[in-house]
Design a binder for this molecule. Structure first.
Ligand code: URA
Length: 217
């Protein structure tokens, strides 16, 4: 018998979808089917975090971009390449990090034939948070670096301001040290070579603050 589909169930949080006591592989698999918020329908696939299973350092971005959405891997597009350069200059080996995002699907709007990044809403960030919390509880990083306001507000609260509070090591229930800095895309968007270079230098200085902790961990 044919049944009529009812209205789409709106889940406000991914929490019921996260397998209790699941491994990283099981959580990744569960996240691949997530439709806890409407962004799930937009992206090509869930872009879950990746890296070392017990990495001392976790890097958290905002959400996958176009290239990440297509490839399924975090920070592989232009912002990822800039991040790689900054990490290298700060003396941090990306292989020692777990790299992920606050939101696991690409939110975008069409502009002609292009898919343009759209900022996730606070509700969408909240809906996705259980996946990030599960990654943190399984990887158990000693240091978390929030890249940009979305990641910082997801983990440090809505009153956190990257412009005011960047580069400070904070204790948090998530890790012994949490620091927020700007998102690498902000450097790509900076107007003029001089301003871009200054932003890049400041970003590298922020990352250098955690380089020693990563080596000691
Ligand atoms: N920007 C992000 O915040 N994350 C990515 O993975 C890529 C771009």
């Amino acid at each position: 018998m044919k049944t009529m589909a009812g209205p789409r169930k709106v889940i406000e949080t991914a929490a019921p979808l996260v397998p209790a006591h699941g491994s990283l592989a099981q959580v990744r698999e569960a996240a691949s089917h997530c439709r806890a918020c409407p962004i799930g329908e937009l992206g090509t696939q869930t872009v879950f975090g990746e890296g070392r299973a017990h990495a001392p350092l976790m890097l958290v971005g905002e959400q996958p971009g176009n290239e990440e959405d297509l490839s399924g891997h975090p920070f592989v597009g232009p912002a990822g390449k800039l991040l790689d350069r900054a990490l290298e200059e700060a003396g941090i080996d990306r292989q020692l990090a777990w790299v992920t995002n606050a939101v696991k699907h690409f939110k975008w709007e069409p502009r002609g034939k292009r898919r343009i990044h759209a900022k996730p809403s606070p509700l969408e960030i909240r809906a996705c948070l259980p996946w990030l919390e599960a990654e943190i509880s399984l990887v158990k990083p000693k240091i978390i670096v929030c890249l940009g306001a979305t990641a910082a507000q997801a983990l440090l609260g809505k009153d956190f301001r990257v412009t005011r509070d960047r580069g400070r090591l904070l204790a948090s229930p998530f890790a012994a040290n949490v620091m927020a800095t700007i998102h690498p895309s902000a450097i790509l968007r900076a107007v003029g070579a001089e301003s871009r270079e200054a932003e890049m230098r400041h970003f590298i200085e922020d990352l250098k603050m955690v380089a020693g902790l990563v080596k000691a961990a």
